[in-house]
Design a protein around this ligand. Structure first.
Ligand code: UDP
Ligand code: MG
Length: 319
């Protein structure tokens, strides 16, 4: 394949402050790529509006009206979150393209990596090219620390394949077809893509600052994304509960024997403090265990409902 049709997919939630800059930088990049005959003229830049409350969709449709040969847009019926918006974009454009690159709209991902991604796809036949940040200087030390711990934990829990990457990656048409076969409602794309298989490679890049606006991942969302990631990729936490429970049970039996023996040998009155400690300790443990199990039950509940992951309101694209 000489000049692949490349679609870029960028989920946007309230990104009116960055869209102008993002679109103009990408436009420049596309002109350069098309001029150098690296990609086909049918390539497009597709913004996915994830139910923004600001003028994001208006800006996207303006872009399309002015430059239909370059920009297209998908408007979701409501806010569904980054992962769903990204999937909506990928699934909508997959049959129009030879490969798709996903990236965030806030210019934190380095668009100059795109050339190398395409090169790997065209020349080396690589189906999935991950963009992995080789530093996190621009993230807060809190985010860096927690992310580091998180990915180590994921590894420990058996999801070895999750690269420490954002959702900046190239996927070939057939890799996307593979991804389309995953029916799960609880999306953790960066964990699912490695499961698709195919030849993959990594390109390291420096992740920049968000160009403007605020992160759409406040702490609360970050935590729920982290929990989703673990519970949709691994059942180990449930198994840990089993072992902790077993250990507690064995300890309780040993403790019981000890109490019984000291009662007959020493005639001591057993204080209520030790009882309280046991009650509170085991009570806490049970609640924690129930919480983890509940997390999985909730996941099952969501999966069996088989609700759509997103609903597309408009798709504006010139083919
Ligand atoms: N985003 C989205 N829907 C949401 C939240 C975020 O489509 O509900 C998009 C957002 O517009 C951005 C990308 O997801 O393009 C990543 O979000 P952000 O940059 O806020 O996350 P961070 O880089 O701070 O982790
Ligand atoms: Mg960002």
């Amino acid at each position: 394949m000489k000049q692949p049709i490349l679609y870029m997919v960028l989920p946007c939630y309230n990104e009116e402050l960055v869209l102008d800059e993002t679109s103009s930088r990408l436009e420049k990049k596309y002109h350069e790529l098309i001029e150098n005959q690296k990609i086909s003229e049918k390539s497009r830049i597709c913004f996915v509006n994830d139910g923004s409350k600001d003028s994001t969709w208006k800006m996207i449709s303006n872009l399309h009206t002015k430059k239909p040969d370059l920009f297209s847009g998908i408007n979701l019926s409501r806010n569904r979150g980054h992962q769903n918006a990204l999937l909506a974009g990928l699934m909508t454009v997959k049959d129009l393209s030879d490969c798709v690159i996903s990236m965030d709209a806030d210019l934190q991902d380095d668009i100059n990596v795109i050339d190398e991604m395409i090169e790997k796809f065209v020349n080396e036949g690589i189906d999935v090219v991950y963009g992995v940040r080789d530093n996190r200087d621009t993230d807060t030390s809190f985010k860096r620390g927690t992310a580091g711990m998180y990915y180590s934990l994921m590894k420990l829990l058996g999801s070895e394949n999750v690269p420490n990457s954002a959702d900046f990656r190239l996927m070939s048409h057939r890799a996307l077809n593979g991804l389309a076969q995953f029916g799960e409602v609880n999306l953790f794309l960066r964990g699912m893509v490695p499961l698709v298989g195919f030849k993959s490679d990594i390109i390291y890049y420096k992740r920049g600052e968000r160009f403007a606006g605020e992160s759409k991942y406040p702490l609360k969302k970050m935590i729920s994304f982290a929990i989703d990631g673990i519970t949709s990729m691994s059942a180990t936490p449930m198994r840990i509960i089993f072992w902790v429970g077993l250990l507690a049970f064995v300890l309780a039996i040993l403790g019981g024997i000890y109490v019984f023996l000291s009662r007959i040998t020493k005639d001591t009155a057993i204080g209520w403090s030790s009882t309280m400690v046991a009650i509170v300790g085991f009570g806490g443990l049970q609640l924690l265990a129930l919480g983890i199990i509940g997390e999985y039950v909730g996941k099952i509940f969501n999966e069996v409902k088989q609700r759509p992951r997103y609903i597309i309101q408009d798709f504006i694209n010139k083919q």
